[in-house]
Write a protein that binds this ligand. Sequence first.
Ligand SMILES: [Zn+2]
Length: 575
Amino acid sequence: MHSLYRPLCRTAAIAAALTLGACSERPVDMPEPRIADIVLQNGSIYTVDATRSWAESVAIANGRIIQVGAEEDMQGLIGPSTQVVDLDGRMVLPGFQDVHIHPIGGGIEASACNLNGLTTVEQYVDAIATYARENPDEEWITGGGWLMSAFGPGANASRKLLDEIVPDRPVFLTSTDGHSAWVNSKALEIAGITAATEDPEDGIIDREPETGEPLGSLQEGAIYLVSRHAPVIDLETRTSGLQYSIDMLNDYGITSIQDANVDEEDLKAYRALDERGELSLRVVGSQWWSRAGGTEQIEGFKALRDQYSIGRVRATTVKIMQDGVMENYTAAMLEPYLGQGGKRGIPMVEPQALKAAVAALDAEDFQVHFHAIGDAAIRQSLDAVEQALAQNGNRGNRHHISHLELIDPDDIPRFRELGVVANFQPLWAFADEYITELTVPFIGPDRSQWLYPIASVHRSGGMIAFGSDWSVSTANPFDQMETAITRMGSGGETAEPFLPEQRIDLPLAIAAFTIHAAFVNKHEHETGSVEAGKYADLIVLDRNLFAIEPTEISDTQVLLTMVEGQIVHGDLASL
Ligand SMILES: [Zn+2]
């Protein structure tokens, strides 16, 4: 059938003088590539195609997969120039796609005063003092990665600890989740923050209870009171931060991302690396919705989308941050936090304005990427999508909500109904201190049954996709998949699963990082599975995930990562 059909199709295309589009993207006079550049054989290839089929061989030519199947299916494709590699049964997956990540900030932080991985206040103080001593010419000490939980329940990061080690230069350090900053007295002085300074509308200046003096920690919008005085981060710093991140992500088998917050300078950094041939992953950038503005911002988003959607980059998404985080009571809640004087958190965008914003963005075919943690923020985000669909019809923009810490059970079926993708950060779905000390006591046992309800959203027919939120948490997809499957810490932190009914199975965990994430990035026809015609974005693992205990998933190593047929991690010879 194929041999008859194809020439007819070609004839038709030629007759149309190439103006109506040929039957494939290849120019009609160029022959189909019959010889593969690379053939991987004798593997356990979990293709993530529609039937989740397995194969043993895959052939690659010109950056694309040209054949997937059994060893005998590769016969005609192997020529003298073909590299044939015996995988010895090793597992192959499509490259992972992380649909909520901060690679530029994370990469910059890694080379600044980096507190990630440290867990005690003493360690922080040591690391900051060392960094200050080793960098005497830095005008500002910047960086971050500290954990609120290190300061103990209800306690805040104090400027006094910093003043003792860095009295003469400003210090500005963001928390690992990016929702708080720890600053010293010099930084407060430069920003002009005193006991008399009022809290901004969208944030909190933490204060000494008696005097009202600033304590040295700032929440949400209050961070900008100081950060706007810090030195501007130049393009070179951004690109080198990005290079660090890309290396790390390729090592983890990640071949596509959705950057959860880009501005024009970030887009320039992606563009610069792509022009140099060093952008070894695909990027969808989420342009930042300023809550100080309204729909007049959309013209600017369109201009950046036009200018920067080129090569491996798309600037087709807008990020709206609808609330804060539970730990500082800024996540927007339907019912008040317990024992906090009736506080319900802060909806960052007034719900009616949110509806107008989302409808206008959707009408311009932007995808909206929401940050919503509390059940009120999640409901407001879903309501806004509902309004957009009523106004515009379904334009297929695949809006998605990240974080989803506490979903009201009434809202769970709405993900499917509205076609909103549930973009979870599964590493957070186990009973660590954030949950046991900083969340459950403040929302009570009943609401706590609905923390990270991944399986419930899936069972109701909603699509699940995953993102790491690195540098908030590790970007290692295996740690995240293991936690989604076990609801326990992947480092053995907990022995009991947290809300075991919310565990998911391995095929769904893999889909959430591959084909579902590709759907979010509007790229599922080109990536997200190992199928003929798609880009050769694929990875080889040191073990078969289906053949091991779930608690071993996090030990998995990626031996080889390939982006469009180019090897960006590992090498064929050592397979
Ligand atoms: Zn984020």
